[in-house]
Design a binder for this molecule. Structure first.
Ligand SMILES: [Zn+2]
Length: 304
C-alpha cells in the first residue's frame, strides 16, 4: 500500500479570508506525519479536515513571517493539554526556539513533552531527517528574511515477493533470497523458477517539493529537479508583478517557470493574496508556461 498525500490546511497569504486560512500543510508519507508551516488557526484546520494532530512527529517552519508560524504555540499547547508525552521535532529559524519558550513562560505553562529543535539558516541545502522509509531535505529560498524550502522523498524500497502466487506454485522457500537478487532458482528436481513471476516491480519513489514565500529563483532546480509534485507560492498575477518584485514574492508565471525548470509532473499554486476573489487568472497565466497546474483550496487533499 502506498500512502503519500498532502492536506492543504491553509492556502491564503498574509491576510486570512473567509475561505482561506494562512499557510499550513499536513503531509502523510509512509505513515510518517509532517506539518509544514503553521499559520494562525492551523489546529482548528487540522480538526476540521480530520488530520490527527498527535501523530505529527516533524514540524517544518519555512520562515518567521507571522502567516507561517503564528499558530505554532497554540498547537503545541493543545498537544500538551491532550496528554502528549512523545517528543516532537521542530525545524525552523533559530529565533523560533526562543519565541516558543517565551510565549509559554509568560503564562507559566510547561510542556510535558520534549521539543527537539533543529535550527535552519535559510541558506543551506541539506538532509534534515531520514529513516528507512523517508527523507526530509531543506533548500534555500529568496525572500525578505531567511526562508527555507522543503523536499520530502520516499526511499526506494527493496523488491517485494508476490506471496500468493509463490504459495500457489509451491515454490521452495530457498528460492526467496535468489528472487530478491533478481536471479532464477533451480530446485532439487532441476525445475527452473523464474524470478519475474514472483517479484513485484519496484515502484519509483515519489517526492513532494514545498516552495514557500520566494522571488523567482531558478536555483530551486538544483534541489527539486524531477520532483513528482511541487507546491509553489503564487501570491500575485501579472498585473501586480511589480508588487511581487517589491515584496519578494512570485507571480503565477514565475511559479510555472520553476515547475518547467524542475521538470515536475504536477504543480500546485497557493498563498494567494486576499485581493483576488478567485484563481482563474492565476491558472490562465500559469498554463501559458506549464500545462499541468492547479490552484489549491483549503481542505484539498493532494495524492502524490
Ligand atoms: Zn513571507
Amino acid at each position: 500500500m502506498r500512502s503519500f498525500e498532502v492536506t492543504i490546511l491553509g492556502s491564503g497569504a498574509a491576510l486570512p479570508t473567509a475561505n482561506r486560512n494562512p499557510t499550513a500543510q499536513f503531509v502523510k508519507c509512509k505513515n510518517r506525519y509532517i506539518l509544514i508551516d503553521c499559520g494562525e488557526g492551523t489546529q482548528v484546520q487540522l480538526r476540521k479536515f480530520k488530520c490527527k494532530l498527535q501523530q505529527i512527529d516533524h514540524i517544518l517552519i519555512s520562515h518567521l513571517h507571522g502567516d507561517h508560524f503564528f499558530g505554532l504555540v497554540g498547537l503545541l499547547s493543545t498537544m500538551n493539554l491532550l496528554g502528549r508525552s512523545q517528543s516532537v521535532n521542530i525545524y525552523g529559524p533559530e529565533a523560533l526556539h526562543k519565541i516558543i519558550s517565551n510565549q509559554l513562560e509568560v503564562g507559566g505553562a510547561r510542556l510535558e513533552f520534549e521539543i527537539n529543535f533543529h535550527p535552519l539558516l535559510g541558506n543551506e541545502t541539506k538532509l534534515l531527517f531520514e529513516d528507512k522509509c523517508i527523507e526530509i531535505h531543506t533548500f534555500p529560498l529568496k525572500h525578505r528574511i531567511e526562508t527555507n524550502g522543503f523536499l520530502i522523498k520516499e526511499k526506494k524500497m527493496p523488491p517485494s515477493l508476490l506471496g500468493e502466487v509463490f504459495k500457489e506454485d509451491k515454490v521452495p522457500l530457498a528460492a526467496i533470497p535468489f528472487f530478491k537478487r533478481f536471479e532464477n532458482f533451480t530446485d532439487d528436481n532441476g525445475k527452473i523458477h523464474e524470478f519475474e513471476n514472483y517479484i513485484a516491480a519496484s515502484i519509483a519513489p515519489k517526492s513532494y517539493a514545498y516552495c514557500s514565500d520566494t522571488s523567482f529563483l531558478p536555483s530551486i532546480a538544483e534541489s527539486c529537479k524531477g520532483a513528482t509534485v511541487m507546491y509553489h507560492e503564487a501570491t500575485f498575477t501579472e498585473i501586480h508583478k511589480d508588487k511581487a518584485k517589491k515584496t519578494n514574492h512570485s507571480t503565477a508565471i514565475d511559479a510555472a517557470k520553476i515547475g518547467v525548470l524542475c521538470n515536475v509532473k504536477t504543480l500546485f499554486l497557493g498563498h494567494f493574496s486576499a485581493r483576488y476573489n478567485d484563481t482563474i487568472i492565476h491558472l490562465e497565466e500559469a498554463k501559458t508556461v506549464f500545462k499541468n497546474v492547479f490552484a489549491v483550496e483549503d481542505g484539498d487533499v493532494i495524492q502524490i
